[in-house]
Design a protein around this ligand. Structure first.
Ligand code: PLZ
Length: 450
């Protein structure tokens, strides 16, 4: 049994790591058996513990174990789980009405979210938005809009990209296993260009890496055939790859020069995660369209496409929609989440978290040559692990350390094309003490396993 000394509580949840059973405990073990019997085995789990509550930086399991959350449910609970304003607004909306379908009889929360997106996304141009349920659905709709606007077919994406699990977005996602394996044939007219990946592309500058990508697009697709280029400004599932300075702006400039819609997929990096409202702002890039989801609604399913009004409006009436898109409860939750972000300056908090995490990781790197790269921005930071002295990915070590962290009650996620990246995505409401304790645990596990 291990405990920390931080005794603050958030929403009645003590902000301390506390293990009262081995993990998984008996109740989780029982629920896992029921899961195995009732839930399709293709739906995986990172940790075999079932959750009872979550708040601040802690997830409490059904056996009473308090785990430190460094994952935020894959970058979703940026404002914390059950954040006050999210709960209040969603609750009021639940009591007023749960659904009418915005396409049948509209309601103001949807419009208010679109107005907030106009205000918060980069660029002073006229903007409009459309709301959906999931990130993949937003990406699909961004492509529909870009195609309708340009009357072109081709979609360009990048190596290591992740854009979702629907048919079109599987085609856009790079990694075969587990996302695409056995699920083809995939949507056509999707082309892949090389990504700026400073650790692995020989240290090309942003401009050089962009020239290489543009050459592939021009030679293999043709600039005048491309409807849109879709890019994550910091890649998520692919390994938290931060392109070299100047890469994004060079790609965006090429898009403008060629009548191509530049789409920033900010589904993982957006909404305060990187210390700015959107990750493109670190590079002063203004996308034509921007896709958002995850952090936007504090845990409720909501997604959006936001962009230049003339592009958004090139779709015929009735061409965009869906039964639940912009559901009133999810839209109300988004308004609550955005108010939490503003009120608590969560961009500032993300930058503080970056400093703590990077400080701890640099210390670890000095002891462990397996850590070949520390990268990311704000509370979206990762390390890449390789066989010492090489760039050969060490997925086994990554797995072993993750397993050790999970056993010790720290929720960490891995990612990367080669499965050798640890990513740290804590809720921005985590305390410094919990964050430091999580890294104490990791330090200890690295000392044992690396
Ligand atoms: N675009 C950049 O990160 C979702 C995927 C988890 P949905 N990433 C988490 C998994 O294994 O399914 C994501 C993303 C970027 C699009 C998406 C897709 O968002 O809400 O999962 O559809």
């Amino acid at each position: 049994m291990s405990t920390s000394t931080d005794l603050k509580t958030v929403n009645g949840v003590a902000q301390q790591r506390r293990l009262v059973t081995d993990l998984p405990g008996p109740r989780s073990t029982e629920l896992m058996a029921r899961k195995q019997a009732a839930v399709a085995s293709g739906v995986g789990t990172t940790m075999p513990v079932f959750v009872e509550r979550a708040a601040g930086g802690i997830v409490v399991d059904v056996d009473g174990n308090h785990l430190i959350d460094l994952g935020s449910g894959i970058a979703v609970t940026t404002v914390g789980s059950s954040a006050t304003a999210v709960v209040e607004r969603a609750k009021a909306q639940l009591e007023a009405f749960t659904h009418t379908c915005f396409m049948v009889t509209p309601y103001d929360a949807y419009v208010e979210v679109c107005e907030a997106l106009t205000e918060l996304t980069p660029g002073e141009h006229a903007k409009k938005s459309a709301l959906f349920n999931s990130g993949a659905e937003a990406v699909e709709n961004a492509v529909k809009i870009a195609r309708a606007h340009t009357k072109r077919d081709a979609v360009v994406v990048f190596d290591h990209a992740y854009h979702g699990r629907t048919n079109l977005t599987m085609a856009m996602t790079a990694k075969q296993m587990p996302y695409k394996h056995g699920f083809g044939p995939f949507a056509g007219e999707v082309y892949r260009a090389p990504m700026s990946y400073p650790l692995r592309d020989g240290g090309l500058s942003g401009a050089e890496a962009a020239a290489k990508a543009i050459d592939v697009i021009e030679k293999q697709v043709g600039g005048d055939q491309v409807a849109c280029v879709v890019i994550e400004p910091i890649q998520g599932e692919g390994g938290f790859i931060v392109p070299a300075d100047g890469f994004l702006s060079a790609i965006a400039a090429w898009c403008t020069a060629n009548g191509v819609v530049f789409v920033a997929d900010e589904i993982q990096a957006g909404f305060c995660r990187t210390g700015e409202w959107f990750a493109v702002q670190h590079e002063n890039v203004v996308p034509d369209l921007i896709t958002t989801a995850k952090g936007i609604a504090g845990g409720l399913p909501l997604a959006a496409v936001t962009g230049r009004a003339e592009i958004m409006d090139s779709v015929h009436g009735g061409g965009l929609g869906g039964t639940y898109g912009g559901n009133p409860v999810a839209a109300a939750a988004a308004l609550g989440a955005i108010s939490e972000m503003k009120e608590h300056d969560l961009n500032g908090r993300a930058r503080e978290i970056e400093e703590i995490i990077k400080g701890r990781l640099e210390k670890l790197q000095a002891q462990h040559p397996a850590i070949v790269d520390i990268r990311g921005r704000g509370a979206m930071v990762a390390v890449e692990l390789c066989k010492p002295g090489t760039l050969e990915p060490d997925a086994d070590l990554t797995k072993a350390i993750a397993a050790g962290a999970h056993q010790a009650g720290v929720i960490v996620l891995t990612c990367g094309t080669y499965g050798n990246v640890f990513r740290f995505l804590p809720p921005l409401t985590i305390s410094d003490e919990l964050l430091n304790e999580a890294f104490d645990v990791l330090e200890q596990i690295m000392a044992e396993k690396a």
